[in-house]
Design a protein around this ligand. Structure first.
Ligand code: GLA
Length: 394
């Protein structure tokens, strides 16, 4: 079924209209909205108990759906214009169409908790760019989890729901991600970043008072085909280092190591670089948050540049496109800091710059980037928004 896009309607209205076209009427449906996220600082530390500082951004995934009386799961993706059907009693990983896996993984996790899941019919869609590192996958997972919680009246504490969504990604989708993305898209608050200790799962909201400066995302538009295998490889490397270090001191995570330099000759060269990044990045987040709270945006920007250098040289998850954007930023008027955001290897850079410089910055970068890489970057001028929320059928 081809559903066309009308720019006068909002994306959420489109999803609800698509639901009526695909499933017949609007009786008893509920809708859930979940934002994407951008991480300000604290990269590749969440799966080693580090601190992260993401914010939810004003790009959203929407779902609209209702229960069925049989066991069928009927899904429709507005963005892919594709239907998918499965049975709640027989859920398996899909290798052809990838998008249903994020939803099926969540349904599977609810089942593991002992909930007998009846059927459901849901339309998904949104404007979080896919493959750009803004966590469209975590947004789909949390959207599904909040939908199931509300639709079937299952009470789950927010942090438990977040853990459930992460398990869906780890166990069903097969990416060994940390917990940052699911947390950010669920529990962020508008005008704030979320400071999360991924070891204890304690968190607080940090008001984003950046004065005349704001955050801009620059999308490299680079294909990230190998990113999940590189990601899982980094997780493997740091897990290996942790088990070596545990023979010398008692720690749960690399971020708790007393002095990482002591392991320079104990870990292999490559493992040491990865571990050192995690250890230093975690400390960097804590001092950067203090700068932000003290209104020292220049110092926060400096920490962003340092974070990028560490991700490029120690963790080795940058790429020419991201380095180009960061180097250009360093030379540009009004820019305070820039770094890759998310897993890296493509996706987006996040730039902290004076808002009135955005047009000039974007125009110059666009021309130079296109000249070097043969395609233009995309710019998302983002705002910090609230995490996931749901609405009854209006
Ligand atoms: C991806 C993962 C997160 C986190 C970041 C890197 O977004 O899903 O858990 O590890 O990469 O910081």
């Amino acid at each position: 079924m081809k559903i066309s896009y009308n720019f006068v309607m909002s994306m959420k209205e489109h999803i609800e209209e698509a639901f009526v076209k695909v499933f017949g009427n609007r009786e008893d449906f509920i809708s859930v909205t979940t934002p994407g996220r951008a991480n300000l600082i604290g990269e590749h530390v969440d799966y080693q108990g580090g601190h992260v500082l993401p914010m939810a951004v004003n790009r959203f995934i929407y779902c609209t759906g209702r229960k069925r009386t049989d066991n069928k799961i009927k899904l429709f993706s507005f963005n892919y214009n594709e239907s998918f059907e499965a049975d709640t009693q027989n859920i398996s990983f899909q290798s052809a169409a990838k998008w249903p896996n994020y939803i099926l993984g969540v349904v599977q996790e609810f089942k593991k908790l002992g909930h007998s899941m009846p059927g459901m019919e849901i339309v998904f869609g949104g404007d979080v760019p896919v493959g750009s590192g803004l966590s469209s996958s975590a947004a789909v997972e949390i959207c599904t989890a909040v939908f199931m919680e509300k639709m079937y009246d299952i009470k789950i504490e927010p942090v438990e729901l977040i853990k459930l969504a992460r398990r869906a990604e780890n166990e069903f989708v097969g990416v060994q991600c940390g917990i940052m993305d699911q947390f950010a898209v669920h529990l962020s608050k508008k005008k704030s970043a979320l400071l999360l200790d991924c070891g204890s799962l304690e968190y607080r909201h940090v008001p984003l008072q950046t004065g005349s400066a704001g955050f801009l995302l620059v999308d490299t538009k680079k294909e990230r085909s190998l990113s999940s295998s590189v990601y899982n490889e980094r997780v493997r490397s740091v897990t290996e280092s942790l088990s070596v270090i545990r023979k010398h001191e008692s720690v749960e995570f690399l971020t708790q190591v007393e002095d990482m330099a002591a392991y320079r000759n104990i870990l292999s060269g490559e493992n040491f670089k990865r571990a050192l990044h995690i250890w230093e990045e975690n400390r960097r987040v804590l001092s950067a948050v203090k700068s932000l709270e003290d209104g020292m945006t220049d110092d926060f920007g400096k920490a962003m540049y340092e974070s990028h250098a560490s991700l490029r040289d120690l963790y080795e998850v940058s790429c020419d496109e991201l380095d180009f954007i960061v180097n250009f930023s360093k030379e540009s008027d009004g820019v305070k800091g820039a770094r890759l955001t998310g897993a890296g290897m493509g996706g987006c850079a996040i730039v902290l710059l004076e808002k009135n410089k955005i047009p000039d910055y974007s125009e110059k970068l666009s021309a130079l980037y296109a000249n070097r890489f043969g395609r233009k970057p995309k710019f998302y001028d983002v705002e910090p928004v609230n995490g996931a929320h749901f609405e009854n059928n209006p």
